[in-house]
Design a protein around this ligand. Structure first.
Ligand code: ADE
Ligand code: ZN
Length: 327
């Protein structure tokens, strides 16, 4: 069993992880009790039993309900520190972490508590676990562009704590171009920009993420294979795709891992990476994604494992000098 050992132990970067998606049911119940938040589930088991998703929206409804227990800065800290401990166990040495401030500010939680809770956990992870990390603020695409602008405004006092912005939540009916102006402003501010596209949405959304938002990476992007010219472009421009295999199966983008198109994307020369998306909801952290995918796809071996790990560092937003030191 050399391949599983390689997948587990190889150093890797994780580039597509929603911190609210790392909130395990046990911690949800502990925080609900501590903060006096009522949950529509009687027990940890009842909550876990609800994790049977049919599409992205059916997941998002439960994911936002779970996040409602996060109130104090220490809640955000504990959630993030728990993620870093899992990441360390998976030999993640660098993580670029999404957070959804609107999920919290809409409930009256101050931006400061969200960002500082995450930031202090990241500092501790750097000191104690030797994991480097960056934060990426995501705008919720089911809300308006004006609300995204207001969120950006509210986050700018903490500008030094995040390196970029992303776009997540319900994809269908909310194309990237809905956020052209706020992304242009973010680029002016020197923020890195990424967007979820081509998870449930059509390949056209990947194109507009590239053309209208000028993103540096595409999150998911798996539906690009429906458009061969787009695949050629992604390969030529070496636009990374942050792919999340277990997520794609849980949200019924693919029927199972044997049918996942990650090998085809690698074959086409794309800078594909493997990530966990919302590990507490989708059945595992990043190593579980590697292990189950490789077990289901006989064409994937040590060569592809090294390629995927190398891609994860290439696709990261750390400076080229740091990348050189990693080699
Ligand atoms: N928010 C958390 N996980 C997400 C996903 N997979 N797609 C869109 N929005 C999300
Ligand atoms: Zn995601």
């Amino acid at each position: 069993q050399q391949l599983p050992a390689l997948l587990r132990t190889m150093p890797k970067a994780e580039l597509h992880l929603h911190i609210e998606g790392s909130l395990e049911p046990e911690l949800i119940f502990r925080l609900a009790a501590r903060n006096g938040v009522a949950l529509p589930y009687a027990s940890v088991e009842a909550l876990r039993a609800a994790y049977a998703f049919t599409d992205l929206q059916s997941f998002l409804d439960i994911y936002y309900a779970g996040a409602s227990v996060l109130i104090e800065e220490t809640d955000f800290f504990e959630m993030t520190w728990a993620y870093f401990q899992r990441a360390a166990a998976d030999n993640v040495v660098h993580a670029e972490i999404f957070f959804d401030p609107q999920t919290h500010t809409a409930r009256g939680v101050p931006m400061e508590k969200v960002i500082l809770g995450l930031h202090h956990a990241a500092e501790r992870a750097h000191q104690e676990l030797r994991i480097s990390s960056r934060l990426i603020l995501c705008f919720l695409r089911h809300l308006s562009e004006d609300e995204a602008f207001a969120t950006l405004e509210g986050a700018l006092p903490y500008r030094r704590h995040f390196i970029g912005v992303g776009l997540d939540s319900s994809e269908r009916g909310h194309p990237p171009e809905k956020f052209s102006r706020v992304f242009a402003r973010c680029r002016e501010l020197g923020l890195e920009v990424v967007a979820h596209a081509g998870e449930e949405g059509p390949p056209a959304y990947i194109r507009t993420a590239l053309d209208d938002l000028q993103v540096r990476r595409i999150d998911h992007g798996v539906r690009c294979t429906e458009d061969p010219t787009l695949v050629e472009r992604l390969a030529r421009e070496r636009v990374p795709l942050t792919v999340c295999p277990l997520s794609n199966v849980k949200l019924c983008v693919f029927p199972n891992l044997a049918h996942h198109n990650l090998p085809a994307l690698l074959d086409a020369g794309l800078c594909v990476t493997v990530n966990s998306d919302d590990p507490a909801y989708f059945g595992g952290y990043v190593n579980q994604n590697y292990l189950e995918l490789f077990a289901a796809q006989p064409g994937l071996g040590a060569r592809e494992a090294w390629q995927l790990a190398a891609n994860s560092f290439e696709a990261s937003f750390v400076a080229d000098a740091t990348k050189a030191a990693w080699r």
